[in-house]
Design a protein around this ligand. Structure first.
Ligand SMILES: [Fe+2]
Length: 296
């Protein structure tokens, strides 16, 4: 068909996609087209603004590589990741959930570590942290055999893949829960960090006069067949950015009880203050699917 006016564009595009075989794919793309066209109309998008938007998407791709994922960061910074996370967890978004966004730094093959072991794999300054974690099902029964990935930034606010001074896989580990659904590990108290601001996401934050900080946190990914994979983060309770996380990831349930301790630590090499964290996760019944790792 010939298109005579802007009103005729949207129905023409939808008609052209009418034979899409996969019904879910058809619904998603049709809705995307309708909303994108409506958005262009809503803001009276100019040609130069459209060009700038396309350039922005191109730059997200060009800035993404094996060690960095700018596209996920962009989704995080506009709240889309948290929205999708909250809609899909907590019984389909109906109850408060302990899930949180994956973020751009999960790696697939964290080193398998015995319960009680340390994830500090190269000299890392900062107060020692001893974490005791338990996993329960929706009814409160402990869940054994859950594979749990843990990853975090160092106390200077960098993940090992961003920092050549850290050993490969520093502050990353994979644990398995025991018959009581428990595991424990040693690490260092994490620090908050700015998300990378040298790319298009930084440009967006500066234009909006937003700070780039995430409150300090530990990441967890819990996987066991028969349960919905739980991707989440536990936040340090004394962080000043808890209520202004640049990626909107903090819910009340995810603020951990990080206890400062001055008594004798459980390891002889600990000097100065140290911290403990106890936290219980609840897994929902569902499908055990792993996300695609944002980086290698
Ligand atoms: Fe993080």
């Amino acid at each position: 068909m010939f298109i005579a006016s802007d009103e005729e564009v949207t129905p023409a595009v939808l008609a052209a996609m009418e034979n899409t075989a996969d019904p879910r794919f058809k619904a998603i793309i049709a809705s995307l087209v309708k909303h994108l066209h409506a958005f262009a109309r809503d803001v009276n998008l100019t040609e130069s603004e459209w060009e700038r938007g396309i350039g922005y998407l191109v730059e997200l791709g060009q800035r993404t590589n094996d060690r960095h994922n700018e596209a996920i960061l962009a989704s995080d910074a506009i709240g889309l990741s948290t929205l999708v996370c909250l809609m899909n967890n907590g019984q389909g978004g109906n109850t408060e959930t302990a899930a949180a966004l994956l973020g751009p730094f999960w790696r697939m093959k964290s080193p398998v570590t015995e319960s009680g072991g340390s994830i500090v794999r190269s000299a890392t300054p900062g107060p020692a942290l001893f974490a005791d974690i338990q996993v329960k099902d929706a009814k409160g029964n402990p869940v054994s055999g859950v594979e749990v990935d843990v990853w975090q930034a160092s106390p200077v606010g960098k993940y090992e893949n961003q920092d050549d001074t850290q050993a490969d896989m520093n502050l990353r580990g994979k644990f398995t829960t025991d018959s009581e659904g428990k595991f424990s590990f040693r690490s260092v108290k994490p620090a908050g960090y700015p998300v990378p601001t040298d790319g298009p996401v930084g440009e967006l934050l500066r234009a909006q006069k937003r700070h780039p900080y995430r409150p300090a946190h530990l990441h967890f990914l819990l996987f066991k067949n028969g349960f919905k994979t739980l991707v989440t983060q536990i936040f340090v309770d004394d962080d000043k950015h808890l209520e202004s996380d640049v990626v909107f990831g903090v819910t009340k349930k995810l603020v951990g009880d990080f206890r400062k301790r001055t008594d004798k630590a459980p390891a002889s090499d600990v000097s100065g203050d140290w911290y403990t964290l106890s936290y219980t996760f609840h897994m929902e019944p569902g499908e055990a699917l792993l996300p695609t790792p944002p980086i290698r």
